[in-house]
Design a protein around this ligand. Structure first.
Ligand code: PGA
Length: 238
């Protein structure tokens, strides 16, 4: 069976000091599993050395698609590489909802990340309206078509299926239904070395339900990833 991947999305939950402390605690409990942490931009710099000699991967939560230039408040891919990132989360629904991120933009970002050797963690997922009208698969396919347009390179790509209505609500998708979506994403859009992970209200009580599913290669965890008791249970238990 494939190794499962756990990605911790720290969002804007932690100060830099707290990020360093949490990274150290995760380093102390983590034992050869595939774990990636995604601190905020400012925390990447001091957290990088904490995980540098370990198996823990470092991810950013976003980036710009240009090499450099007059883009106030943005970070470019070479900054992330310099800070030790191997991954970058792109198209998270919070960025789409609050910062007008579009999948056309995400497409440019994926190309840029791949060009510099970063593994994109591309987020897709339907909203409640699409879900209720039976259009979830269609919405996800549209997102993937745009996000992956003209991407022919064969480097690793991770797709995170995160139904918007399940994020931070305490109501995760049913693990079997999520697995069905993962199967569709793999069959229609991905290569055999790519991964599909699930995100949305995963915690230390329900994570195993998802990890036992065949097409679920791992998890993207927000809220529960910044609580060390919960997160250590998860990374010790898979
Ligand atoms: P959650 O967030 O685990 O808090 O639902 C997941 C995510 O947004 O990546």
């Amino acid at each position: 069976m494939r190794r499962k991947l756990i990605v911790a999305n720290w969002k804007m939950y932690l100060s830099t000091t707290k990020s360093i402390l949490l990274a150290k605690k995760i380093r102390d409990v983590e034992k050869n599993n595939d774990v990636v942490i995604a601190p905020s931009f400012t925390a990447l710099y001091p957290v990088g050395p904490v995980v540098a000699q370990t198996e823990i991967g470092l991810s950013a939560q976003n980036m710009h698609y240009k090499d450099y230039g007059a883009y106030t408040g943005e970070l470019c891919v070479s900054d992330l590489v310099e800070l030790g990132c191997k991954y970058v989360i792109l198209g998270h629904s919070e960025r789409r909802e609050y910062f007008k991120e579009t999948y056309d933009n995400v497409n440019k970002k994926i190309k840029q990340a791949l060009k510099y050797g970063l593994t994109p963690i591309l987020c897709v997922g339907e909203n409640l309206r699409e879900r209720r009208s039976g259009n979830a698969s269609k919405a996800i396919e549209e997102q993937l078509k745009t996000a992956l347009k003209d991407i022919t390179k064969k480097e690793e790509l991770i797709v995170a299926y995160e139904p918007i209505w399940a994020i931070g609500t305490g109501h995760p998708e049913d693990s079997k239904d999520a697995d069905g979506i993962h199967e569709m994403i793999k069959r229609k859009f991905l290569n055999s070395n790519d991964k599909v992970i699930y995100g949305g209200s995963v915690n230390s009580e329900n994570y195993k339900d998802f990890l036992k599913e065949k097409n679920t290669d791992g998890l993207l965890i927000g809220g529960a990833s910044v609580k060390i008791e919960d997160f250590s249970k998860i990374i010790k238990g898979f």
